[in-house]
Design a protein around this ligand. Structure first.
Ligand code: 5AD
Length: 350
């Protein structure tokens, strides 16, 4: 096991069978600790001990898609839908800027009301008020032209998890109108336009096999995104996956560490989902090579409605109000809180 971890540490790549071997056979705590140590060393080489903080603004929970795992899917009639106005979004940025955030992540369902004109207005308003801030979008699949317009309005980054890179698995998680091919095309377009791009997937989503996970890791290696979002699947009571168990904490952390070693320079958040399945989830992620935290900056009254899964944290250190306490936790791990834009070291706006 240690030989394989060393090989991964030195070459930043492994074969399908080697990755599968690690995932299926790493069981001794000593081996896991060795993997995490290598992941931390790798993070240190490129980003030292920095943990970048981003302010997450959940702009709308309207969604035209019906992804089987997601609480805000369109067929869920039991949630209260909301959409923030430009003014409300700017207010969130004001609060965030005051705390120190220099990245704002605008995330939402695929909300047809938020057309390109509206989105471009929101993006350029934030950019003209806060030119020193980065804007990350996470609003789903759009065509090349839309992505380009957002970029030209000032968006810098785009998060679009691929969810699974195995075609038949993709079909088990999504209705027929969505396809893995289109997801991958979107990611390719985003890269071509010049965004810092984030892909990723859930650990332990229904029907996922270890082979699927290895294909996900190999796809990430090939795509070479600037950011990677990986967190455990967590069931939502109003979805058809309500009775599936949540993804395993240990496995999630191992996969995060493997991702750090495969993509040494990536920005890798310890996700809210990870923090939501265990009190110690975020810290364990940070000790396994993660280097980003995205505290919630959404207006209080709407946070409960952005329910992608049950018991999603939006309070405590996952909320911007507790930034002091989050800073203490990060420092206690021997890491450095960094409020700067925190771009991927290989990216320049062209
Ligand atoms: N459990 C964990 N993560 C989820 N997401 C959506 N639903 C769930 C769930 N039930 C993730 C998806 C999506 C991101 C915004 O949230 O991976 O890309």
């Amino acid at each position: 096991m240690k030989d394989l971890i060393n090989k991964l540490y030195i070459t930043n790549s492994l074969s399908f069978d080697e990755l599968l071997y690690i995932i299926e056979n790493i069981s001794k705590q000593e081996d896991k600790d060795y993997l995490f140590e290598k992941a931390r060393n790798t993070r240190y080489k490129h980003y030292e001990n920095r943990v970048f903080l981003r302010g997450l603004i959940e702009i709308s929970n309207y969604c035209k898609n019906d992804c089987y795992y997601c609480g805000i899917r369109c067929s869920n009639k039991n949630i209260t839908r909301y959409r923030l106005t430009e003014k409300e979004i700017l207010k969130c940025c004001d609060i965030g800027y005051e705390i120190g955030y220099r990245t704002f992540v605008l995330q939402g369902g695929e909300d047809s009301f938020l057309n390109d004109d509206i989105m471009c207005n929101i993006i350029s308003s934030i950019k003209s008020k806060y030119p020193d801030c980065a804007i990350t979008l996470s609003i789903g699949e759009k065509n090349y032209n839309s992505y380009e317009r957002y970029f030209l309005s000032g968006a810098d980054r785009f998060l679009l998890r691929h969810e699974t890179s195995t075609d038949c698995h993709y079909k088990k998680l999504h209705p027929e109108n969505l396809s893995l091919k289109n997801r991958k095309d979107c990611l390719k377009n985003l890269k071509e336009i010049g965004y810092q791009v984030g892909a990723g997937f859930m650990v332990g989503s229904p029907f996922q096999t270890n082979e699927d996970v290895v294909r996900d890791l190999m796809y990430l290696k090939e795509l070479n995104p600037h950011m990677v979002g990986i967190g455990p699947f967590i069931p939502h009571h109003d979805t058809k996956f309500k009775d599936f168990p949540h993804g395993d904490l240990d496995k999630s952390i191992i996969i995060l560490a493997l991702t750090r070693l495969l993509l040494p320079k990536c920005l890798l958040p310890a996700t809210t989902a990870l923090a939501s399945i265990s009190e110690n989830g975020r810290n364990l992620g940070l000790l396994a090579g993660c280097n980003v935290i995205m505290p919630n900056l959404s207006p209080h009254e709407f946070r409960k409605d952005y329910s992608l899964y049950d018991n999603k944290l939006s309070a405590g250190e996952e909320a911007c109000e507790y930034h002091k306490s989050l800073e203490v936790s990060i420092k206690q791990l021997g890491l450095l809180v960094d409020y700067s834009r925190g771009d991927n070291i290989e990216w320049r706006r062209i």
